[in-house]
Design a protein around this ligand. Structure first.
Ligand SMILES: O=P(O)(O)OC[C@H]1O[C@H](O[C@H]2O[C@H](CO)[C@@H](O)[C@H](O)[C@H]2O)[C@H](O)[C@@H](O)[C@@H]1O
Length: 254
């Protein structure tokens, strides 16, 4: 008689495992911004930054002896505006900009003004949102999801005329950013700083732009925490930014 062998039918059973408790003297924390520290909003300028976030991140950073950084696709200027009062390490523009270490990208790519004006003109012509960045630009179509394919085709054609750039897909957006910059490379650079010696890296992120960084953490003896739904290389998962805040707070308050 045949009998059934009990099995977990999930293709990625480990990816639902909650992260281990954060240990302030043992771990290093690298945390993404949009979708991880703040909920996704209809527009980039419509996010609601939780009250006291900068103060709480500062407290955490201090308790971790500075083994903490915010790592984002946002420009550094925007991060500093949304997190006024936080004075720790920051990586912006997907790894092109940094605060607290030498900026990874010292000079703008030569074709930058052309790329930015093409992105802005296309967005304006289609009623889409253009987001200007110091090293590139993004077109957002969250309010017009039917434009996804058109935007993808446009940015890939623009890429063919824009040496030195790469297409960076994001949530309901496409961006042209400098080739060769990425969050995992930014982490590798940060990792050389003295405060990270002998630490175990933890990276938290929600987006495709975070996948290389989630992998980097895991390949360097640590762990990745994917925020929200979707395929990911991360071993752990939290459902939403509120859970990220709870995970961080538990370490400070515990
Ligand atoms: O690396 P991150 O900190 O996650 O930044 C990724 C991008 O986030 C922002 O766009 C995303 O969030 C917006 C606000 O919730 C949302 O409206 C948009 O659809 C998302 O793509 C930001 O505007 C980009 O510059 C970042 O690269």
């Amino acid at each position: 008689m045949a009998y059934l062998i009990p099995m977990d039918i999930s293709p990625h059973p480990t990816k639902r495992i909650a992260p281990p408790p954060l240990e302030l003297r043992k771990h290093a924390v690298f945390v993404d911004f949009d979708g991880t520290l703040v909920d996704i909003a209809p527009r980039p300028d419509a996010i609601v930054v939780p009250s006291g976030l900068a103060r709480r991140l500062n407290q955490l950073r201090a308790r971790m002896d500075d083994a903490f950084a915010v790592v984002s696709g946002r420009s550094l200027h925007e991060l500093e505006t949304f997190l006024t009062g936080f004075n720790g390490l920051m990586i912006g523009s997907h790894g092109a900009e940094a605060r607290g270490i030498e900026p990874p990208l010292a000079h703008a790519i030569p074709g930058l003004p052309f790329v930015q004006s093409e992105l802005a003109a296309f967005a304006a012509s289609r009623g889409l949102l253009y987001e200007h960045k110091p090293h590139g630009g993004a077109i957002h179509y969250r309010h017009a999801p039917e434009s996804a394919e058109t935007v993808s085709v446009f940015v890939h054609h623009l890429l063919e005329r824009s040496p030195g750039f790469e297409v960076q897909p994001a949530k309901m957006a496409y961006e042209l950013r400098p080739a060769g910059v990425s969050k995992d490379k930014a982490l590798a650079r940060l990792w050389q700083e003295a405060q990270f010696a002998d630490r175990i890296p933890a990276y938290l992120g929600d987006d495709s732009t975070d996948e290389p960084a989630l992998l980097w953490a895991q390949e360097n003896g640590g762990f990745g925490i994917k925020i929200g739904e979707g395929e990911s290389a991360a071993c752990h998962r939290l459902a939403q930014p509120a859970d990220v805040h709870a995970w961080l707070a538990a370490a400070v308050e515990g």
